[in-house]
Design a protein around this ligand. Sequence first.
Ligand code: AVJ
Length: 506
Amino acid sequence: MSILAAKRANLASQDEMFEQEQAEIIAGLQARQKWVSPKYFYDQRGSELFDEICNLPEYYPTRTERSIMEQALPEIASRVGPGAAVIEFGAGSNVKARQLLAGLDSPAAYVPVEISGEYLQEQAVELSAEFPDLSIKPVVADFTKPFDLPRHARMPVRNLVFFPGSTIGNFSRTDAGKLLEVMKAEARRGGALLIGVDLVKEPDVIRAAYNDSRGVTAAFNLNVLSHLNKALDADFRPDLFRHEAVYDRSHRRIEMRLVATATHTVSIADQVIEFDRDEFIITEYSHKYSVDDLGGKIKNKKFLLDHFNMSFNNDVPLVGIVSRMVAQKGFDIFAQAVNELMNLNVKWIVLGSGDDHYEALFRSLAHKLPEKVGVYIGYNNELAHLIEAGSDMFLMPSLYEPCGLNQIYSLKYGTVPIVKKTGGLADTVHDWDELMNFKLQNGTGFSFEHHSGQALLHTIRRAVNRFEDKDTWEKIQQNGMNKNYSWQHSAEQYVELYKLTKTKRG
Ligand code: AVJ
């Protein structure tokens, strides 16, 4: 290809990119819930404001990540080894890459990947003065889609994909998964990933980080409007919008909004967008993650099924039981409904010991239906926890249960309890469908009143139905994981109660 043709091709693809982005922005603003991608925060001014955010006292992520890096860099360097190519996804500023490159053992290459080219070029020049032996090859690309990696004179030993700054938080959890797939592909065989992720913490701490007292985050958020005005020939009036950042506990994310303070219209390209007063544009999600996220569930489930020589299928729910095998624990009603229960598309893993006839019943089920039923007769604390962690549902159909701990462990593991509404079980497990009748989406499990095989069967059927809708199921799991039944929490409630009684008595 001639240079001119190459230039033309490049220009054409840039035009195309512009068209696509313009279409995406307009579609977002025409949607029922208006939204704009957070990638449009970062024009020159936006990038400056973001740097300012990173130095705010309330904005903990940047300095926290920096100090983690400082501390872990020797270990990171030894794990990565010499001659790596650092591929940075979304290289807004190269401060972090500089820190990493300086700590690595003779890195071979640095490949910052960004949609906007200008910033990239500047930074590359800066860096090359500092690291003269490093092959620096910026790539202008949308990193959410596969892209070609540049070649280097010295062949890197391995690729290290670098994604700091908790930018992964901008993606929905599903898209974050897809992005990890792209990274995996770019890392190639033997590659590695170094990623910075902000963790769930006290909501007040999170809220403050996005509502700083100096209003820098507000300016950053509002700046997207000026950016769109310049880039797309729009006439947003930033003075008719205000910044809002709310923490959505159930989704564990910050939602940044621009709220219209008056009813008005905005024109953008050849479209007119109407705003009602108080209507808002969502400009950013910032998802928070935690080590007890659900990613481990599948692993645990596989491991558990494997342990019992049963095959894994994520679409078939696995019900765990850890219990003394006696009537008081509801084994009587299980036995009543056993034929119907075995006809459900469900797998069972049971641990416990007790009355001979219940032990015999489960032994024979496991023998007749080895793909459906796994049984361990006896006591085994480790296996008990594995069952609580690896099952999708945890069954406790007790006739009575003053407190009960297993349902609380299950909630923490994202394993949805199915319980008889009695004592401690009724206090700690709230029925999803029952609350949904009141339009409340805060159920944590499934429960039934009547001590009968029919009630048990019916409730398990309800749970299996909900399990089929992945979003609903995740919501139920998350509700449970967010519950706090620790002594700390109870103690605080007692203190509150004490204060209340004291003030009442005056
Ligand atoms: C760059 C996406 C990590 O979510 O904390 C900072 C962006 N928005 N303040 C974040 C941001 C408002 C930031 N990330």
